[in-house]
Design a protein around this ligand. Structure first.
Ligand SMILES: Cc1ncc(COP(=O)(O)O)c(C=O)c1O
Length: 394
């Protein structure tokens, strides 16, 4: 395991998350000694020269509340630089549009969030004329076979949405290094608490902060973290100027507030997810459970190697008809049917019934089974979650 293999690593992460570690700048402390960074709504800042010069001019380019969040995000991921965007998709699109030139080449895992897949097929390929190779990235040899000297970006999502497939970040980072291609990882499902792609060799990490980082289902946002100065310059230009795609000060405040409880929430998400996964695995109307914490997950060993915990996302295949599945969803009382994930409340999503876009993938993409149920396990009582499933399952 990478980060919390010792108690002190987990403790250190918790200290950074709360924001008490005394390194780096603390812009919010100036003048007032606020413990909580205030929300700076000002769009512009009075110009001054010399010693009084202000580091902020105009809030699209930089804003104190955003700067405080970005510093915190960088430290959580163990990276040099972080940028906060208006959504997870904004973070991903800024990365792709900055790194992939017209007519370029991308090698992507074939098991990724449907929005990312559509960004690649419709925009990066459709508008920019780039060539996209979707591969089964569970085997790094498939990535190696598709990459060449002209590859502009390698993209993976691990664990993936909604199939909960993993990719070996270190092995793919080696392939990327061999070809001098940047390697981006969407680590949303793991959160920075349970996975550190930069430590494993990735060049760019993307999060939808909408999910675990904010954690309370009340803010849409995204983040990119990188150690690479050149990539940072390109992405900062996209964020601040080229695309002008920034997270609002209020959302920055909400994400920064969520981050403080990330370690405590993630441990509870994982504990509950394990309880739910074990319950489902024993149920006779469940054909298969996909959770990296189960020994039955084909990549359980890889999860143990590259994650420091299994997080709170799982999916399962219902053994029955779509009509029975719909009745199951309607019978749930503690779990709420709905899109999104990573909040305190437990959610279920059935792509085939609820989200045609997530279900209907391109041919190159890994197919989503019709009776697949994605579960974001929240922070309720584990007994109540199990009881809800027991009652609703036929
Ligand atoms: C893995 C993953 N990445 C990115 C996104 C996009 O994030 P957002 O909805 O914040 O744009 C999602 C959304 O569900 C996701 O699940």
């Amino acid at each position: 395991m990478t980060r919390h293999d010792s108690q002190s690593d987990g403790d250190r992460f918790a200290t950074i998350a709360v924001g008490a570690a005394k390194t780096g700048s603390q812009p919010h402390r100036d003048g007032t000694n606020d413990v909580v960074p205030p929300i700076h709504l000002s769009t512009t800042f009075e110009w001054a020269s010399g010693e009084d010069a202000n580091e902020h001019d105009y809030s699209r380019e930089s804003n104190p509340t955003r700067a405080a969040l970005e510093e915190q995000l960088a430290r959580l991921e163990g990276g040099e630089h972080a940028l906060a965007f208006a959504s997870g998709m904004a973070a991903t699109s800024a990365t792709m549009l900055s790194l992939v030139p017209p007519g370029g080449h991308v090698v992507s895992s074939n098991s990724i969030y449907s929005g990312t897949e559509k960004l690649l097929t419709e925009h990066v390929a459709g508008h920019l004329g780039a060539d996209i190779d979707f591969v089964d990235a569970r085997d790094p040899d498939n990535v190696a076979a598709a990459v060449d000297a002209d590859t502009d970006l390698i993209w993976a999502e691990t664990p993936s949405n909604p199939l909960i497939r993993l990719c070996d970040i270190r092995a793919i980072a080696d392939v990327a290094d061999d070809h001098d291609a940047p390697f981006g990882v969407d680590s949303t499902f793991a959160s920075p608490y349970y996975q550190s792609p930069l430590e494993l060799g990735a060049d760019v990490v993307v999060h939808s902060t909408t999910k675990y980082l904010n954690g309370h289902s009340d803010s849409i946002g995204g983040a990119v973290i990188t150690d690479d100065d050149g990539i940072f310059e390109q992405l900062a230009f996209a964020q601040q100027v080229g695309l002008g795609n920034v997270l609002s000060p209020f959302d920055c405040y909400l994400v920064a507030r969520g981050i403080k409880t990330l370690p405590a929430r993630m441990e509870r998400h994982e504990e509950n997810a394990m309880a739910v996964a074990r319950f489902l695995e024993r149920h006779d109307r469940v054909a298969r459970v996909r959770y990296p914490g189960l020994a039955s997950h084909p990549q359980h060993e890889l999860a143990n190697e590259q994650m420091s915990g299994y997080s709170g996302m799982l999916s399962f295949e219902f053994d029955g008809t779509l009509i029975e599945l719909e009745a199951f969803v309607e019978g749930l009382e503690v779990f709420t049917p709905g899109a999104s994930l990573g909040g305190v409340e437990s959610l279920v999503e059935v792509p085939s019934l609820m989200l045609p876009d997530e279900f209907s993938r391109s041919e190159e993409s890994a197919a989503v089974p019709e009776t697949l149920v994605r579960v974001s396990v929240g922070l309720e009582g584990a007994d109540d979650l199990r009881e809800d499933l027991r009652t609703a399952l036929p």
